[in-house]
Design a protein around this ligand. Structure first.
Ligand code: ATR
Length: 281
């Protein structure tokens, strides 16, 4: 019997933790699979997926910058993928790609479950409006934030994200240059890739209160600048994206293999072994 293959597609992707996470889940649950990382530039993504299917590919995770492209190639998509306009989990069924987005539920599970934080009633600020932001914005609204303000360097992308949410009373966009005048927040999410490109940005401390939860969707070195800012601003809680990464993988694993892995063990192993993980997924 040929091996059933799974993979994560991204560009770059070589430092992705997804192969390690899925291999650990497979060991735990006794599932037999091959899971690799496949580098595909956006223009080569569709051809790489076709090749993958020809070699026995049954499912794939998709990371930056391919999540919106993955949405476009799906014949069927889940409701949460449609709201996000981005796909991070592909399943090959009946000769077609089915797309889901597990980023949002992964983030909410990490914050509310693992970290025991309550998101309800928090006024939320999202920095960034790319694929990562699109994945988590619907889940934050579903988790009961009182308001979601999206601010992006390129304002048109923030407007498009807000339009896709379809909740004009609760989800709004604002200009980056107005960050000093939009009040304070109980939740601030960094969904930008600024630190991954070695860039930095200054944020006003007026955005925070002593009860603010600051979350970076990045992890490892890419999460350091924003979380350092959050600590300097006096935020009570500062969480990086490692837990979300493990939780979104657990959701995908369950969808593909019908069994729920123990994500806490894998999270603890990754957190303990690699105090400083060097890439984002
Ligand atoms: P991802 O899948 O990680 O979201 P992406 O879709 O390329 O990747 O989105 C990257 C996000 O980081 C965008 O919101 C981007 O802003 P633009 O839409 O204006 O490009 C944001 N970003 C990247 N570098 C940034 C910087 N130096 N300052 C502020 N925002 C930045």
């Amino acid at each position: 019997m040929s091996t059933v293959r799974y993979a994560v597609f991204g560009h770059p992707v070589s430092h992705s933790l997804s192969p390690r996470i899925h291999a650990a889940f497979a060991r735990q649950t006794g599932v037999s699979l091959a899971y690799t990382a496949i580098d595909a530039a956006p223009h080569a993504f569709v051809a790489a997926l076709d090749r993958f299917v020809g070699e026995g590919g049954k499912g794939a995770n998709v990371t930056l910058p391919l999540k919106e492209a993955a949405f476009a190639i799906c014949t069927r998509t889940s409701d949460r993928a449609r709201r996000a306009g981005a796909v991070n989990t592909l399943s090959w069924n009946d000769g077609q790609w089915h797309g889901d987005n597990t980023d949002g539920i992964g983030l909410v599970r990490d914050l509310t479950g693992r970290n025991g934080l309550d998101l309800r009633g928090r006024r939320a600020l999202m920095l960034g409006a790319g694929g990562a932001a699109r994945g988590v914005a619907p889940a934050l609204l579903d988790a009961g934030v009182s308001e979601l303000i999206v601010v992006n360097r390129t304002p048109e992308r923030a407007d498009a994200l807000i339009d896709a949410m379809g909740e004009p009373d609760r989800a709004l966009s604002r200009y980056w240059q107005d960050l000093g005048d939009i009040g304070d927040f109980g939740l601030i999410v960094n969904a930008t890739s600024a630190a991954r490109g070695g860039e930095d940005f200054d944020l006003p401390f007026t955005l925070t209160t002593p009860r603010t939860l600051a979350v970076d969707l990045n992890y490892g070195e890419a999460a350091i600048p924003f979380l350092a800012w959050a600590k300097a601003a006096g935020c009570r809680d500062a969480v990086d994206g490692l837990g979300m990464l493990v939780e979104q993988a657990a959701e995908a694993f369950e969808a593909w293999h019908g069994t729920r892995p123990d994500s806490d063990t894998v999270y603890a192993a990754l957190r303990g072994k690699d105090a400083l993980l060097v890439t984002a997924d």
